[in-house]
Structures are given as structure tokens and as C-alpha cells.
Design a protein around this ligand. Structure first.
Ligand SMILES: Cc1cc2nc3c(=O)[nH]c(=O)nc-3n(C[C@H](O)[C@H](O)[C@H](O)COP(=O)(O)OP(=O)(O)OC[C@H]3O[C@@H](n4cnc5c(N)ncnc54)[C@H](O)[C@@H]3O)c2cc1C
Length: 380
């Protein structure tokens, strides 16, 4: 087991860090306040190779591993978990088109996605089905060479600003085998959006309903065969969960660093609060737990890279643990700031709000336990 990063890994980690500190960090608070979607900065990130991080080079991507992607997303999220969260979904969908699309679809979609000229959304959740995603009802009826799509997707990241919507639709029976995965292009007649949701965090990217009303889409936009959509969606999420967990690592590290600086500077009872052992123990636990979370995320990413049969379990475990622990680390950092933690100046509250949703999306942490338990019992 080698815990050292390679020279290459250190190099793109440094690139991501410099970009995050220069282009994201100075603006993240403002984007959060103003609910501004930073399209220009996301395009700049894509120009650095972060628009298709694990799309293979022969498909025009950066050709890095899942572990490499986790390192990059952690650095970016250190500055802005919300904007980075959007980029992780963009990368997840790019990876799905690369892996499950045919040559023509890859040629049609990937160059613009990878360059950041097109943003992509992942549409699985519906108003009546989130955790039980296979119960989705949005229907695609075959009609000549097209599908006629009717139904609504809920909570879609990038809804209304994305250029492509990779959508899970029911083309067959009511089981998970009756679901297909279809690319719906923006401006297709019959495609519309709800108002952006008003949220606790993740404010630099819109979340909205995506609605289909007699929306005609060529069947040639389907990735893979009919009935393969749910499997594709779940495979996409394995990696997506590592990406989200990596965003939690970045946010928690930022809060820990802020807290370390603050406790040395803030005085109470005639001394810096860093002198109190209770404060020191809290910092020690935060750092220890963050390290444990990082090791789990990297192990899960390595599992996925190695196509290990345990990859799904490792991803679910890492997502559950890292997103819970990192949210708690942000909360502890806020506590160490006293009243100043609760106001916006130190930005700890922004990270706490942004990281809260990581425990809910890409499968709630309860669903992660369902997956882990199922894998344990299957193997027993
Ligand atoms: C900001 C944001 C962005 C999102 N982006 C996207 C996106 O881009 N694309 C997309 O498709 N979706 C997206 N989602 C949706 C997200 O994935 C779902 O909200 C999530 O999967 C949970 O579904 P739900 O909200 O319907 O909750 P429900 O499924 O209704 O769950 C409610 C509660 O019941 C619990 N629960 C349900 N079933 C079980 C069980 N079997 N055992 C134990 N507990 C259970 C859940 O854990 C949860 O605590 C986003 C959500 C948010 C908030």
C-alpha cells in the first residue's frame, strides 16, 4: 500500500489548488449570497482539464483516475463546495456518455462538455421517487424514430442552465429493467423548467424541476440499449459518491484550517483559546476524523479504479462516513469560532450549509447503509 502521491498527482493537485484559491475562494461568499452561477469560472476549470477528468484521452478527456479526480475535487471544494459539487455532476455525466455512449454520441457530445462549452445535468429523481429511484414514472413512448416524453424530474442540479439533460426514463415495464437513459438537449420543444429552488446551501448552482410535456427526442439519443438506464445511473453514482465525499473533505479541511488560525488568535480568560485542553482535544479529533475520512475516500476511489467487486460497498461506506464526519467537523469549527462562527465573515457557516446536502444527495446516508448492509448480507 503506497500512501505517497506521485509527481503527476502533486502537479495537478497544485494546479487545482492555485485555481481554487485565485478564482473560486475570493468569490464563493458572494456567489452564495447572490445565488450566482459562475459559468465563466467553470469554463476556466474545464480549460484546465477538469471538465472530463476521468474521460479517457482517446475520447478527448483528461484520462485521469478516480483517485486523481478525488484529489482535484478536494482542492476545488476547499474554496467552494457548491461550485465544485456542480462540476462533479458534470464530470459524472461526461463519464457516463464516454462509457455508455456509442462513437457517434461521443463525437456529438463530449468535445463541448469537456471544453466546458456545454454543461450537463443528471436527471433521476422525481417528485414522488428519490431514494426509491427505480419507481420513477417519467415515460418515454416510442413514436417512429422518436420518444415522446412526459413527466417531471425533481431537484435537478443545473436545471435551467445546463445544455444537456441525461435523463432516466421509463420505456418498458415497472421494474428497474424498464428504464432507459436518454440525452435531452436544451431548447427541445416540450422541455421546460421549474423556478430555481430556494435552498439552505449549494447556492452557486440552480436546482430546479425539469419538466417534459410531449417532448419529442430522437431514439438515437439513447445511451446503450433500452432497459439499461437504471444500471448506468447506478454505475454513474458509484463514482459520483466519491466525488461528493471528496467535496466534503475539502470543505472540512478549509474549516479546520480556519479554526486552527482562529484559536491561536482569539483570547479568553487572559490567554489564547488554543491553550485550553478542551479546545486542543476538539482540534485533535477533527484532524483525526478528517484523516480517516480521506483514507476511506481514497481507498474507495482506488477500488473503483481497480474495478474491485467491493467498489460499490467501498463507495457507499466512504460517502456515508466522509459526508457525515466532514459536516460535523464544519460544525465543530463553527463552535470554536463562538458567535463569530455564526456570522458570515469567517465563511465557516457557508461550508456547514453547503456540506449539509452531501448527506442527502447521490443517495441519502440511510440508503448508503441499505447498500452496505445488502452487500454484507450477500457475502455472508
Ligand atoms: C440540492 C440538491 C441537488 C440535487 N441534485 C440532484 C440531481 O442533480 N439529480 C437527481 O437526480 N437528483 C438530485 N437530487 C435529489 C436527491 O438525490 C434526493 O433528494 C435524494 O436521493 C433523496 O430523495 P428524496 O428527497 O425523495 O427523499 P426520500 O426518498 O423521500 O427520503 C426521505 C427520508 O426517508 C429515508 N429513507 C427512504 N428510504 C429508506 C429506507 N429504505 N431505509 C431507511 N431510510 C429511508 C431517506 O434516507 C430520507 O431520510 C438533489 C437534491 C438536492 C437537495
Amino acid at each position: 500500500m503506497d500512501f505517497e502521491l506521485s509527481e503527476d498527482q502533486r502537479a495537478f493537485q497544485a494546479t487545482a489548488r492555485a485555481f481554487a484559491r485565485e478564482r473560486l475562494l475570493p468569490n464563493a461568499g458572494k456567489w452564495d449570497d447572490e445565488r450566482h452561477f459562475p459559468a465563466a469560472e467553470l469554463r476556466e476549470a474545464a480549460q484546465l482539464g477538469f471538465g472530463g477528468i476521468y474521460v479517457p484521452e482517446e475520447h478527448g478527456g483528461t484520462g485521469l483516475t478516480r483517485l486523481d479526480a478525488a484529489l482535484i475535487f478536494e482542492e476545488l471544494a476547499y474554496a467552494d463546495p457548491s461550485t465544485t459539487g456542480f462540476l462533479t455532476i458534470h464530470n459524472m455525466v461526461a463519464g457516463m456518455i464516454s462509457r455508455f455512449g456509442d462513437d457517434e454520441q461521443r463525437a456529438r457530445y463530449l468535445p463541448k462538455i469537456i471544453a466546458g462549452d456545454h454543461f450537463v445535468s443528471y436527471c433521476l429523481t422525481e417528485p414522488g421517487s428519490g431514494s426509491d429511484a427505480a419507481a420513477l414514472k417519467t415515460r418515454a413512448e416510442a413514436e417512429g424514430e422518436n420518444y415522446r416524453i412526459n413527466g417531471t424530474k425533481a431537484f435537478i442540479s443545473g436545471g435551467g442552465v445546463a445544455d444537456l439533460y441525461v435523463t432516466m426514463l421509463r420505456t418498458g415495464d415497472d421494474s428497474s429493467k424498464g428504464i432507459s437513459c436518454v440525452v435531452v438537449e436544451d431548447n427541445t420543444p416540450g422541455l421546460s423548467f421549474g423556478l430555481p429552488e430556494r435552498k439552505m446551501g449549494w447556492n452557486s448552482q440552480p436546482t430546479a424541476q425539469v419538466q417534459f410535456t410531449d417532448c419529442l427526442v430522437p431514439q438515437s439519443n439513447r445511451l446503450g440499449r433500452e432497459g439499461e438506464g437504471f444500471r448506468f445511473a447506478m454505475i454513474g453514482l458509484d463514482g459520483g459518491r466519491i466525488n461528493i465525499a471528496a467535496c466534503s473533505l475539502g470543505g472540512a479541511q478549509a474549516c479546520l484550517d480556519t479554526a486552527l488560525a482562529y484559536v491561536k488568535e482569539r483570547r479568553a480568560f487572559g490567554r489564547p483559546i488554543a491553550d485550553f485542553q478542551a479546545v486542543q482535544f476538539k482540534l485533535a479529533d477533527m484532524a483525526t476524523e478528517l484523516d480517516a475520512a480521506r483514507l476511506m475516500v481514497h481507498r474507495a476511489a482506488a477500488s473503483l479504479d481497480a474495478k474491485s467487486p467491493d467498489a460499490t460497498k467501498h463507495c457507499a461506506m466512504a460517502k456515508r462516513f466522509a459526508t457525515d464526519i466532514c459536516h460535523r467537523i464544519c460544525d465543530e469549527a463553527l463552535q470554536l469560532h463562538g458567535g463569530y462562527g455564526y456570522i458570515k465573515d469567517y465563511q465557516v457557516e457557508r461550508y456547514l450549509r453547503d456540506l449539509r446536502v452531501h448527506r442527502i444527495l447521490e443517495g441519502t446516508n440511510e440508503i448508503m447503509r441499505v447498500i452496505i448492509a445488502r452487500k454484507l448480507l450477500e457475502a455472508a
